[in-house]
Design a protein around this ligand. Sequence first.
Ligand code: WTA
Length: 659
Amino acid sequence: MSQSESQHAESHNIENMLHEERLFPVPKAFKPQVSFKSEEEYLAAWNHAKDAPAEFWGQIAKENLVWETPFETVMQGDMPETKWFQGGKLNASVQCVDKHIGTARQNKAAIIWEGEPGDVRVLRYQDLYREVCKFANVLKTLGVQMGDRVTIYMPMVPELVIATLACARIGATHSIIFGGFSADAIADRNNDAKAKLIITADAGWRRGKEVSLKKTVDESLAKAVTVEKVVVYRRTGCDVEMVPDRDYWWHELMAKAQAECEPTPLDSEHPLFILYTSGSTGKPKGVLHSTAGYCLGAAMTSKWVFDIADTDTYWCTADVGWITGHSYVVYGPLSQGASILMYEGAPNWPDEGRFWQLIEKYRVSIFYTAPTAIRSFMKSGDQWPQQYDLSSLRLLGTVGEPINPKAWMWYHTIIGGERCPIVDTWWQTETGGIMLSPLPGVTATKPGSCTKPLPGVVPAIMSEEGEPLGDNEGGLLVMTQPWPHMLRTLYGDHERFKETYFSKIPGLYFAGDGARRDQDGYFWILGRVDDVLNVSGHRLSTMEVESALVSHPSVAEAAVVGFPHDLKGEGICCFVTVNTSTANPGEDLKKELINHVRKQIGALATPDQVRFAAALPKTRSGKIMRRLLRDIAAGKETIGDTTTLEDYNVVAKLRTEDE
Ligand code: WTA
């Protein structure tokens, strides 16, 4: 991207390199508690949902959601404008807390929380109910009304869940921003959502250090004009500046709050939350989810895929700032009355055994994490998990990127003791919940495959031209039927929503992944086909990083590509040409650019390589040769002298023909 140019397009061949033939039957020791019991049961449900979706979803929505007013119709209109459960009124917080009050679960642990320093708190469902009601009242007294947007920027503490559900309770649309994002990223998101209030904490603990959040929020507020008030939860006790009549302490407000708060009955399609995610342009997209469909999806997938029973201790390690945390820390498991483990800190603090120690300590039975974490545990050695008793585990899951078979095998043997099914779950921020995944007591697994669609999910593999492809042909993964938990729009930009997801193959949902289906009907995800990177399971657009780079005064032009990275899955490589006024760019400028990107986006976007180029290689028509840059970044293409400014045009000349 140059400072003037911001668009490029390039077609990709979808290659498929993985050839994995091993098939693992469902471990005999695994007995489904609440999920499907047999292949026949699953197939019957899948066919029912495919042939009569309204009947299928209508029935389970009646049985699985608590309605204030029953819905009149199940689904209306074609994708992407399908409206679900029209006429119905409900509240998302009721599905997660009120539902369990007055039942045997009211004294059950809802959240078992451990802070990084080792402090422990347990909130029973009754406690969670009380705190959610109180904080909902706090929001009301601060002037938050139904339909307002509230931003949440917090560490992984129970108050994050409480704040989320309190917004839902009064019908305020929450926008949670992951705690690793920068002040600029917060400001952009607040402005886009026109957020009225932001909830944060003084700081959180990460690897023994305090990561200040309030300070970052303060910095963001200089650029975010719509935010009127800030609520600050005291977590570490560090010094923060409080601005009178703008900033309020959580504990002071809660001390005065009423304990009862009636949930606001909301329309099925009421916007529950916005979650910003990266697309193939520089501007993050505000994915919007609505109430009934999303809650139903989170609930059913938690039941089907994680088989959460009352006896389980369930741990999803994702931060609530990502969709995985929304659906599988908050809305899904709490709707099932689960006891969830929530941990504040880093997996390798104070040592590489922390996660395994937590599993032993709390007798975790269901464990859901990301391949990037598994690879890093694998690297630190078997001696860490082997020090702990992991026999409480009965089910393992992964999400975020394809899991390479080697990591899958390690997870299966070292963590799962060969007795736990692994659910490799494919889904996206946009899909709201899991779409393709093994069912734990039913589906035989193949390492690296997310196996088959869940009931209600009807995928297809298509060519760029929209032709259905055959077995083992790599193509675009699309959804041919609407599902209740799909995104409803991109906040404030419905045209972009239609264009991004429903125009590539008109009328069908496409969100950017390539895949193939094998001869047994198993799906294999081949990665993104657009300019979205998947770094440690987190989505970043190459263009976002390019925009950050070209906003630096020394940079003339930048191109960013991914390259295979042992731990992160994909690393970030930046090719940069500098302005004529910048002579001899060197290590100092590299460091400065890396910091600049971190400041603009956040630590998760830290470049792994910055390479200075005399010029970026371009085709005769002026397009940057990204495929060549990808090969260079991956070390597949060698270039002569790389002392200072790399000259790619020599290699480029040899390649111009085939780009
Ligand atoms: C990738 C995370 C392979 C995929 C829930 C998708 C996966 C993107 C898997 C969505 C998986 C997620 N196997 N790839 N099991 N799960 N992905 O929105 O490229 O952060 O499009 O949602 O992650 O990332 P997002």
